[in-house]
Design a protein around this ligand. Structure first.
Ligand SMILES: [Zn+2]
Length: 73
């Protein structure tokens, strides 16, 4: 199960920087997280909770090419 964006995590202000937000758990800035689960630290409670319920990181794993062997003789 995958979601494109994970934006429903608790956020908090950077101290003294009202226009900047960060994850309340792992303290990664929202612009760094950018809606991606892997933007959180692996130790982030939110990320752990999401992974526990079956969400995955949006890893850009290159698909291995299907076996397209040349049939030339
Ligand atoms: Zn986090």
């Amino acid at each position: 199960m995958k979601k494109l964006f994970y934006i429903d995590y608790p956020q908090e202000h950077f101290e003294g920087q009202a226009h900047r937000y960060r994850c309340a758990f792992c303290k990664q800035e929202t612009t760094k997280i950018n809606g991606h689960l892997e933007g959180h630290l692996v130790s982030c409670e939110f990320r752990i909770a999401m992974e526990k319920v079956g969400f995955e990181c949006n890893q850009n794993v290159p698909r291995p090419n299907l076996d397209t062997t040349d049939e030339e003789d």
